[in-house]
Structure formats: structure tokens, C-alpha cells
Design a protein around this ligand. Sequence first.
Ligand code: FAD
Length: 463
Amino acid sequence: MEKKRVAVIGAGPAGLSLLRAFQSAEEKGAEIPELVCFEKQLECGGLWNFSENTGVDEHGSMYRDLYVNGPKEVNEFVDYSFEEHFGKPVGSYPPRSVLLDYIKGRAKKFKLCERFVRYHTKVKSVTYSEETLKFTVTVRDYSTFDYNEGRLYSEQFDHLVVCTGHFSTPNVPEFKGLKTFKGSLLHAHDLRDVTDFKGKDVLLVGSGYSAEDIACQCYKFGSKSVTITYRSFPTGCSNWPESITEVPLLELVDSNGRTCHFKDGSSKDVDAIILCTGYLHDFPFMPKNLRLVTGHRMWTMGLYEGVVLETEPIVFYLGMQAQYYSFTMFDAQAWFVRDVIMGRLALPSIDEMKAHSEKWRQAEEDALAKRDVKTFQANYLKELIGFTDCPVTPEFVDKTLKMGSDWDKHKELDIMSYRDHPFRSAVTGSFAPKHHTPWMQQCDDSLESYLNLGEPTPKLLRI
Ligand code: FAD
């Protein structure tokens, strides 16, 4: 019998989790389907790759000097610890470059990319035939042909898993007078270097993680002031330094092109406006009936167990949720999807799947009311791993959940130094060393600087 074929779109952390899930089944003696992972970038690792390019065609929303905003231990791969990768324990809040190296390290150890990924290949469209029960995936391959033209080709698959992330299509709301603003106006998606705003008065629109982190960065790199304007709730941070203030929503940019007026009647002259207004789930390559439609939620309605498209349970989406857990959640999801595809797990009826999602949506609403979404996501992970042999264990989830409450306390204590606190690995038991430089003074985001490579060098990966 011919091997089944699975198309995976995207080789970011979520796509790589899926490849690893299948490869681990193979390691244990199972016969796995043929996997083809299409990745439009030149490397794996998704948005942890940095590019100076900006604009809607650019996938990444990554900026210089981004350090993880939660302890790395929460998202440590259970089958590939940071200590294994770097040859020693490393600090708990590394910069982007260190995370990318680590993600690539697991991919390299399990030979995921060379076996399964076709780089520089962008999925343009997907169709599904009810007659043949096959997906046709049409891609443009920029790797071998004329760089601008690319080679268009199609292949057929039995299963389709979308792992394209949801932090690359900016949500751009309108504000009265915004078009007449005379300073720099950009979405966080296009931010590359906060030092551009040194000495400047900056307005951040939005109060989520992006606004919080960009405010900290602006402060660190010498912006004169930062004003955060929020629609529903402020950031929740109670200890901003004096030069950072929060005000209700922007109502109007004055015709002088500089003065911003807010809902509480206050106003501020600013040099730059950064829209930290979130991202849209956007799957332009998918046909309408197979397209996930959702906002940024902890529970994604329409996806059974957060991954199976309920209306068409032949399509899977990974990593579409708002995230406390990222890499570890992707693993839990990947192992579940793998087992559905391999026929190890049977799906309930569509009505049962929908009822199940309603139950989780209610739990999400309750968690939002209690302001405890971390426990909600931890419970989701526990349910998922109960179905499979995923290496993430309930004990790991409990330990990493506790890290979340310590993280909150550190942030409450001092938003500018919470990244200086070390955590203990739930995988190896090792305590992270206190990093050699406090975050506020660390102005070099390279891997070499973070790892202080004057010492014997751990294995560094450039694949
Ligand atoms: P992505 O990383 O976005 O990867 C998706 C991949 O799909 C990309 O490689 C892309 O090129 C590819 N792709 C997209 N469309 C196509 C197509 N049509 N054809 C082929 N390939 C395609 N998480 C944390 O855990 N800690 C943090 O500190 C943290 N900080 C963040 C900071 C920022 C600024 C942002 C935006 C996100 C941050 N995140 C953080 C969350 C982040 O989303 C996850 O860590 C993770 O990268 C998501 O993985 P993913 O594979 O779902 O998506």
C-alpha cells in the first residue's frame, strides 16, 4: 500500500514539533507517513529569525534586543534540555539569538530539517477534492529557479497541518487624524530597533505583551518618555518608572500632526506612534471552507482539542492560541495530531467536538474573570498529553505553572529587573546561573555575548 502523505505548512517551532512527533514514533518502531514541510523562509525557527526587512510580506515581527518575556524553563523541550544544547546551564531570560540556536539544535539532533523541510517554498493555495479525498497544495519554490519568478508546482497529500503562526499580519485600527501624524508611525510588526527612538517621546497604542515589552525597551534605550494608551485595560503593571505613563484610548491626533488627545481629556505631544494593536489570524492560501476564523484567544473556537478543524476534521492547525505555553504546548498538540493522523486516536462526532469546545470556552471565560489564564492553559496541556506518549508530563506542567506565579511576583516587584531572576529547570533540575549582566545593562543581544564566550565554548549551531 502507498504511504500516506502529510503536508506541513511552516517550519517554525510549531511545525518542527509536528515533525519531531512523527520522528519519535518512528524511533519507537512505527511506520510513519511521508512528511513534506513547506517553509517560505531560508531557515527553520519561524519568527525567531531576525530580518531587517519590513512590510506585510515579511513573516517575522522580531526586533533587535528582544529577550524572552517569560522564563525559558516554561518552554524547555522535555526531550532536549537547554543544558544538553549549550553544554551547561544558561540564564533564564535569553535573547532571541539564543532561543533560535536552541530551536535549531533540537531540529538538528533529530535530523528534522534535512529530511522533511523544503525551504524557500511558499504555499500559495490549497484545495481539497471530495472525490479523491486528497489535498492539492500549490507552492512557489524560490530555491532553485529564478529568484523573482520561482517555480510553481503542485503536489497531492492525504493530510494537511497548518503551522504558519499568527503574529505576522498586523491588525491596524483607525484613529481620527492618525493619517496626518507627522512623526514616525509604525506597527510593532515593523519595529526593528528601539534605539531609533532614543531621546524621543513615544506613544504605544495597546496594552498587551508587545506594548509592555516595547515600553521596557524604549526606557532601557533612552526614550525621553513613553505613553501607553489602552482600550479596555491598562497593562496591569503597577510600577512603571516615572517616564512611562498609561492613559485611556487615543481619540484624536491633532491637525498640528503631533498632539495626541486621549479619552480622559489629557493630551501629549509625541515624536513616534507604535501600534501595538495585535495581529490577525490570516491564512490567504486556504480555501474558505477550510480556513480557521478566530481572534487572539486562549481557547480557539472551531478547533477540537485546539487543533482539529471541527467543520472539516481533515485539517489541523497548530499553535493558534494566545500563549503562556508556546513550545511545550506545540509539542502536546503535535503528538495529538500525529496520533489522529496515524489512526491511533479516533475523533468524536462533529456535534460532540463542538460541545467539547463550548465547555472549554466557558472555562476560558471563567479563567479570564479570575485573571488566571495560565492555569487554564496548563489544564489544556494536561488533557492533551493524557492522550499520547508526548514527553511533556503532568509534573512538568505543574512545575512550570508555579514558575508563572513567581514570574508575576518578580514583575510586580520591578518590571525592569524581573528578567534577572533565575529559575530551576523542570527537565534537568539544574538552577540557571545568575546572568553576568543585569538586563537593564545588557545592550548586546548576540548569542556570543549572552553565553560569555570567553570560556570553553559549548556547541553552537548554525544550520
Ligand atoms: P512562527 O514562529 O510564526 O512560524 C511560522 C512559520 O510558517 C514561519 O517560519 C513562516 O515563514 C512559515 N510560513 C508562514 N506562511 C507560510 C506559507 N504560506 N508557506 C510556507 N511557509 C509559511 N513566545 C515565547 O514563548 N516566548 C517569548 O518571549 C515570545 N516572544 C515573542 C515576541 C514577539 C515579538 C512575537 C511576535 C512572538 C513572541 N512569542 C514568544 C510567541 C511566538 O509566537 C512563539 O514563540 C512561536 O514562534 C510561534 O511558533 P509558530 O511555529 O506557531 O509560528
